[in-house]
Write a protein that binds this ligand. Structure first.
Ligand SMILES: [Zn+2]
Length: 489
């Protein structure tokens, strides 16, 4: 590339998070595939990358972006076909100067423990050693040695909920731009913390840790810092939290920074690890609260972690207890949606609701449901630092079941926003308690209206108590952590 030439950029991604314990296979048809820049969702990392590339006057070629809702193992053929399409598009775009890959980092397919490592290596084989490869990952990734070996720059979200996807994408482009100019030689190192858990960044001391990590970026020779939290429901040997540091050509410095920041996080392990409240206690707490709405996160049925999203366990308990002035969202049940849709708003009908996907979903509930409203192709906002992404819920209905306003959707997805109620004209602020099927991404949307947020440990498919997770390949002697201090390296 000469100075007079515009750098040529290739952009593509294959994105899903694999819960290896989930009974729901991830097949070719589960991927939403876009192939045109015009289809980028505003507010997304793809749109942010497009803008950052265009503002520099670079030439952008977009291959494809395939995204599937987290579920079980990806079918081998589905992954291999998407990989082949991506690599074909890359070959067609060649020669390029920069490849940008917004990925997830915890995708597992039949025969592939580390899809992203495999993909990055395959891209490297196509473009050769001289082309810069920049990768953005979700912090719930299994950050592997293979990914680091074949990429030049990896930048991982720092916020959970992930409100910084676009921000981090721009930072990735910035670093790659410096590398293209020859102004820096990005040099990465990782440090394995040998710990596993969920670490929301909205409460202390995690909040301060992330803030100090951000302040350290760009100082003391450290260009970028990323904490890969890991994804606890992926039963793969390379797992858990890992710290990534990038310096300018300084291998020892990168290793030192990764280790220092990693050890600092390890020292916080007791305080930062999420310990949810048992279901009965969580409901008690909500009912005893002086005012609402208390938001109970049904973490174990979070579709975003690969759970079915059709568990009836919490709803059954609310109905048994005669709880009123409550809301619960969203149950995945396309059949119930179509029946309620046919009956129409204002109707009352008998429904067999939820509990279909497996033992972890509980039994179906037989209810008398009053249809408050029906919405085709409903969307909810997913709050980001700069605006929001409109996230699809499929067709949705609002049902009043005894005193609980239940949202049922035809698309399996978690709750990001109070929109899921307000779309139907239901005011969630007027409720005593709101149950949201989500682990943490609900937080940005609900914190402004919640009187209190309780992380609830109901029984379910993605139990946050890791002692309940039936690992076979994760080393149970080492995880969730070893109480002795990390050995010196
Ligand atoms: Zn995530």
């Amino acid at each position: 590339m000469t100075a007079a030439q515009r750098p040529r950029v290739f952009l593509a991604g294959i994105v899903t998070e694999t819960n290896t314990f989930s009974p729901i296979p991830t097949g070719a048809r589960d991927f939403d595939v876009i192939r045109r820049v015009e289809e980028f969702a505003e507010g997304s990392d793809l749109a942010a990358i497009r803008d950052a590339v265009e503002v520099r006057g670079w030439e952008l070629t977009f291959g494809l972006s395939a995204t599937a809702q987290p579920a079980g193992l990806t079918v081998r053929r589905a992954y291999e076909d998407l990989r082949a399409e991506l690599l074909d598009a890359l070959r067609a775009a060649a020669p390029v100067d920069l490849v940008l890959l917004p990925l997830h980092g915890a995708m597992v397919a039949q025969g592939y423990d580390d899809c992203e490592g495999d993909l990055i290596e395959a891209v490297r084989q196509v473009v050769g050693e001289d082309v810069t490869i920049g990768v953005e990952l979700d912090l719930h990734c299994h950050l592997t040695e293979r990914m680091v070996a074949h990429a030049d720059v990896i930048v991982i979200y720092q916020e959970y909920p992930h409100t910084d996807m676009a921000t981090r994408a721009v930072e990735l482009v910035d670093l790659c731009a410096e590398a293209l100019k020859g102004a820096i030689v990005p040099t990465m190192a990782i440090f394995d913390l040998e710990m596993m858990g969920l670490y929301p960044t909205t409460s202390e001391p995690m909040r301060s840790y992330v803030d100090s990590m951000r302040r350290a970026e760009g100082t003391g020779g450290v260009l970028s810092l990323s904490l890969a939290h890991g994804f606890p429901w992926g039963d793969v040997p390379e797992c858990g939290a890992r710290m990534l540091a990038i310096t300018d050509g300084d291998t020892d410095g990168a290793q030192r920074a990764a280790e220092a920041w990693g050890r600092r996080f390890y020292d916080l392990r007791d305080e930062v690890t999420l310990r949810p409240v048992p279901m009965e206690e969580a409901i008690e707490r909500a009912l005893a609260a002086p005012r609402g709405p208390v938001v109970l996160a049904d973490q174990a049925d979070n579709a975003g972690g690969g759970a079915p999203g059709d568990s009836t366990v919490v709803l059954r308990r609310l109905l048994e207890r005669g709880v009123s002035d409550a809301g619960l969202a969203m149950i995945w049940d396309p059949v119930a949606v179509s029946l309620a849709n046919a009956a129409g708003a204002g109707a009352t009908l008998s429904l067999r609701l939820g509990g279909k996907m497996g033992a972890a979903s509980g039994d179906p509930l037989d209810v008398e449901a009053h249809v408050i409203g029906v919405i085709d192709a409903m969307k909810q906002r997913w709050p980001q630092k700069e605006g929001a992404i409109m996230s699809p819920c499929g067709d949705a209905v609002a049902l009043r079941i005894q005193g609980v306003d239940v949202i049922v959707a035809s698309r399996r997805t978690q709750v990001f926003s109070p929109d899921v109620w307000t779309n139907f004209g239901i005011d969630p602020r007027a409720k005593r308690l709101l149950v949201v099927k989500s682990a943490q991404h609900f937080h940005a949307g609900f914190a402004p209206i919640a009187s209190e947020i309780v992380y609830m440990a109901a029984p379910g498919a993605v139990a946050v108590d890791l002692d309940q997770v039936p690992y076979e390949r994760v080393d149970r002697e080492r995880y969730p952590w070893v109480e002795d201090p990390l050995p010196p390296r």
